[in-house]
Design a protein around this ligand. Structure first.
Ligand code: FES
Ligand SMILES: [Fe+2]
Length: 362
């Protein structure tokens, strides 16, 4: 099968929006070609609000979290006035990191790990060792570069360019659909980062359907009521939900996927957020953050550890299938497929949204 060699050709060939029962999945080039990846970084990830974490991940004044987001080293810190500030984790001297891992600035300064320049939590440069003899050097010109951020419903979003999109309305209205103060009642427990050998959309597609659960996740399959598994979707998000079997109170498991790459996995007393960050065409990073209600920390440590262990098992199963699927999509044997109307409307909705973004760029 001939490969489509340019972004212009691909989007002119694969821009058609058809109803679910007639639609084809995205052509494989959307997953495998470098020119697509470059356009995605520009048009999907650079100019809109990207989910970072819940603000409870940095709970105290001076606490910070660091991560690599696309090609940007990022540090988010809680400042002296209790606000969240996000900066490039890049010292203005020669580009060193302010921190390698999450921590707390007990002395209220961030110190570069290379030659020791120090910065106040408001980003201003404070200490510059052995720089007395440097001419025309004004510390005011060398503060940390801030990344625009907003906090909505405890969720922190950042933007690497000029934001063109509003925060999806689901984010500001989500607490109305959930028990009161669902987000603000959570406390951060821990975070795990996975590198998955597939295009970021393979991971997204996989998350968006329960069709694969019986074969890929046999244990999970016994815990969810697969026949009552429901999918709702619109132009901002896909919600999958299912009653939890053996639960006394008709509890629901809710899985939100907010385009392009944010996931909220909601169970009673527990919130797990996932974010997919593209690395290369053939690789992505997925960050799992675990938050629980305060009383769970005191009463239910065993539940928490088992919850994290089980999520790890499920993630291993997903990573294995996603890696294999990406190899399949990269093979000349595959070009495009079809959707199950009963079970893949979430994947379809995401791919419709994606085509809209990529084929009708402003
Ligand atoms: S790079 Fe930061 S102090 Fe030199
Ligand atoms: Fe899965």
């Amino acid at each position: 099968m001939a490969t489509i060699n340019s972004f212009e050709s691909l989007r002119s060939i694969d821009s058609q929006q058809l109803p679910l029962s007639q639609a084809f999945t995205l052509l494989s080039e959307w997953y495998t070609e470098q020119y697509v990846f470059d356009e995605e970084i520009k048009h999907i990830f650079s100019n809109q609000w990207n989910f970072l974490c819940l603000e409870q991940k940095i709970p105290l004044k001076g606490s910070f979290t660091v991560l690599q987001y696309l090609h940007h080293p990022v540090i988010a810190v809680r400042d002296r006035s209790n606000s969240i500030k996000v900066y490039y984790n890049v010292c203005r001297h020669r580009g060193g990191p302010l921190a390698y891992e999450d921590g707390i600035a007990t002395t209220n300064v961030l110190q570069c790990q290379y030659h020791g320049w120090t910065y106040m939590l408001d980003g201003s440069l404070r200490g510059v060792p052995q720089f007395d003899k440097v001419d025309l050097f004004d510390k005011k010109d060398f503060g940390l570069i801030e990344i625009p951020s907003i906090v909505v419903n405890s969720m922190v979003f950042i933007c690497f360019g000029e934001p063109i999109d509003e925060i999806p309305t689901i984010i500001s209205t989500l607490d109305q659909k959930l028990p009161e103060q669902y987000f603000s009642s959570k406390r951060f427990h821990s975070s795990v980062e996975y590198i998955v050998d597939c295009n970021w959309k393979v991971y997204a597609d996989n998350y968006l359907e329960g069709y694969h659960i019986p074969l890929v996740h046999p244990t999970l399959n016994t815990m969810l009521s697969y026949r009552n598994y429901k999918v709702e979707s619109n132009s901002e998000y896909v919600l999958q939900h299912s009653p939890i079997t053996n639960s006394d109170e008709n509890d629901l498991a809710l899985y939100y996927f907010v385009y392009p790459s944010m996931m909220l996995n909601i169970l009673p007393g527990r919130l797990q957020t996932n974010v997919i960050i593209p690395i290369e065409t053939n690789q992505c990073k997925v960050i799992f953050d675990y938050y629980y209600d305060e009383e769970m920390f005191e009463l239910n440590q065993e539940y928490i550890l088992e919850d994290i262990r089980f999520a790890y098992e499920v993630q291993k199963e997903d990573a294995t299938i996603c890696k294999a699927v990406f190899k399949g999509l990269s093979s000349s044997a595959y070009s495009k497929g079809r959707f199950s109307v009963e079970t893949e409307s979430g994947v379809y909705a995401f791919q419709q949204w994606y085509r809209q973004q990529m084929c009708f760029l402003k």
